[in-house]
Design a protein around this ligand. Structure first.
Ligand SMILES: C=C(O[C@@H]1C=C(C(=O)O)C=C[C@H]1O)C(=O)O
Length: 207
């Protein structure tokens, strides 16, 4: 009979926890209301994280002479993560449109973002044709746009390291945008992670 070694599941778990901590990949995301994070946030970061207008426009302004570019990391149909489904108020096994990008200044990623929208609500929105144009440039032109409350995290997003962006995240934030159209409403969860490179380039504190 061949000798079979079964991996000890506890050791495997411990190893994966260590490996995850090493690569700063969280096992789960912890989101909290932005006001709960305020005491831990420096005033310069508050200006960025608590802003509710277009981040694209803010990044372009802060970048000055630097060239702004949306680098498309991944876009397509898939399942939302459990915390994303919960934020959108949909079941975890409902297909969603997913878009992951890096917002770069002179090719340096300053922000990585992941946006999620329930597929059934996408009728006629043609979001997939955005390509490397900023989602914000489309979103903030939508009439009657409503932005839900901001929540924040300090955990690095798992998708970014998969795409080769290995960096510390100063702050992450998320909120759901809602807008109605004559065929029904769209909810779009936008999660944005501000990277350490942005803090370095703009002379911001680490948090
Ligand atoms: C939501 C905005 O759009 C930005 C652009 C994104 C994209 O192109 O996928 C994603 C998140 C944003 O930070 C914005 O500008 O505020």
């Amino acid at each position: 009979m061949p000798h079979v070694t079964l991996a000890n599941p506890l050791i495997a778990l411990e190893n994966s926890v260590t490996a995850a901590a090493f690569r700063q990949i969280p096992l789960f995301s912890r989101w909290r209301p932005i006001n709960a994070a305020r005491p831990a946030m420096s005033a310069p970061w508050w200006q960025w994280v608590a802003s509710t207008d277009s981040l694209t426009a803010r990044l372009m302004a802060a970048g000055g002479e630097k060239q702004f570019r949306v680098r498309l990391l991944r876009q397509g149909v898939g399942w939302p993560r459990p915390d994303e489904a919960q934020a959108l108020g949909i079941g975890a096994k409902r297909y969603a449109w997913l878009r992951e990008v890096a917002l770069c200044l002179d090719e340096t990623p300053w922000v990585v973002a992941r946006s999620v929208a329930p597929l059934t609500q996408l009728k006629g929105q043609r979001l997939e044709s955005l390509g490397e144009r900023s989602l914000g440039s489309w979103l903030f032109r939508q009439p009657g746009l409503v932005r839900g409350p901001l929540e924040v995290t300090t955990q690095f997003p798992p998708f970014a390291s998969v795409s080769g962006i290995q960096e510390d995240c100063a702050w992450g934030r998320r909120s759901v945008f809602y807008h109605g159209c004559k065929h029904g409403g769209l909810s779009l969860l936008v999660q944005e992670y501000f990277l350490a490179a942005m803090a370095d380039d703009l002379g911001l504190p680490s948090r």
